[in-house]
Design a protein around this ligand. Structure first.
Ligand code: PRP
Length: 177
């Protein structure tokens, strides 16, 4: 069943207390990738969600770094483009930037200016939504590119941090913690 698949996925996401700073409980998604069956199923679950919701997607946008582990695989399954949102200073050419406060720090993200055309349907993917700052900043970037944000999608969402309250678009996560 779908619930059994979600439960198996969750069983492969151990928590690490006090990482990367004291008081932070870190959800480590990397072990998902140690088991190809589990990893493949995580991408299948994302794909099924998008297909079942009937959303038309032109571009999957992935957030550095762990959004890059799921975004391109999902984009291939949806037969659409993949565009990376990176920490500032990594992308050549003209870019659009956005600064934000993170669960544990501050950062600026950017995207290549011509990578997304106005009115394209964009699905933003990341491994995890904590405070929602990262996803909200990606939304801001997409807004400044006049993209049409169809959904913000994550593998894990930390419900207590209420990250989705910062995001003014549909949010979906496979696992709620
Ligand atoms: C983590 C995670 C999300 C973000 C979630 O990334 O992968 O991108 O934090 O936190 P937020 O909802 O509070 O913004 P991190 O900044 O650790 O970067 P990394 O993926 O490059 O390690």
């Amino acid at each position: 069943s779908k619930q059994a698949r979600i439960d198996r996925l969750k069983a492969n996401i151990p928590t690490v207390p006090d990482f990367p700073k004291p008081g932070i409980l870190f959800w480590d998604i990397m072990p998902i990738m140690q088991n190809p069956e589990v990893f493949s199923d995580s991408v299948a679950l994302l794909e099924e969600h998008v297909k079942e919701s009937g959303i038309k997607v032109d571009v999957v946008v992935g957030l550095e770094a762990r959004g890059f582990l799921f975004g391109p695989l999902l984009a291939l399954r949806l037969n659409c483009a993949f565009v990376p949102v990176r920490k500032a200073g990594k992308l050549p050419g003209e870019t659009v930037k956005c600064s934000y406060t993170l669960e544990y720090g501050k950062d600026t993200v950017e995207v290549q200016k011509n990578s997304i055309k106005p009115n394209q349907n964009v699905l933003i993917v990341d491994d995890l939504i904590a405070t929602g700052g990262t996803m909200a900043s990606a939304c801001q970037l997409m807004e400044s590119m006049q993209a049409n944000i169809v959904e913000c999608l994550a593998v894990v969402e930390l419900d207590d941090l209420k990250g989705r309250d910062k995001i003014k678009y549909p949010v979906h996560s496979l696992i709620h913690c």
